[in-house]
Write a protein that binds this ligand. Structure first.
Ligand code: ZN
Length: 117
C-alpha cells in the first residue's frame, strides 16, 4: 500500500521496538483483547496476535494486555461499527444489527451505552 512501510514478505515487526525480523526468530502470543475486532472475520474478534523480536519483548507485551481490562461491551461496539461500515448508507435497525453481528438487542444496548460513556 502506498504511504505504508514496505516489508519483505515473511518479515515481521516487533510490536515493542519495531525491529524488522527477517530471520524467522520472531515469537507470537495470542492474547484476549476486547478492542480487537477483525476487519471481516468475526472468529478472530476479541483476540490480538502479538509479535515480539525475542521472549523479553513478547513477555512485556503480554503483561501489558494482561493488565488491560477485557470489556465485552467494547468488543460488541467494535462489531457494530464493522457491521455499519459494511453497509451504505451506514444505517441499520436494531433487528438488522442483531442479524449482522449475531448480538442480542441487550448486547447492542450495552455497547451503545459503553460507547456513550
Ligand atoms: Zn523488540
Amino acid at each position: 500500500m502506498e504511504g505504508q512501510w514496505h516489508i519483505r514478505p515473511g518479515a515481521e515487526l516487533c510490536d515493542v521496538c519495531g525491529r524488522v525480523i527477517t530471520d524467522g526468530s520472531q515469537q507470537y502470543a495470542l492474547v484476549p483483547d476486547s478492542s480487537a475486532v477483525h476487519e471481516s472475520a468475526s472468529r478472530f474478534d476479541g483476540s490480538r496476535l502479538l509479535t515480539g523480536c525475542d521472549s523479553v519483548h513478547l513477555a512485556s507485551l503480554v503483561r501489558e494486555y494482561d493488565e488491560r481490562p477485557y470489556v465485552a461491551a467494547e468488543l460488541w461496539a467494535g462489531q457494530i461499527t464493522r457491521a455499519l461500515h459494511a453497509v451504505s448508507p451506514a444505517s441499520l435497525t436494531v433487528a438488522q444489527l442483531c442479524e449482522a453481528t449475531g448480538l442480542s438487542a441487550v448486547q447492542i444496548e450495552a455497547a451503545v451505552a459503553w460507547t456513550n460513556a
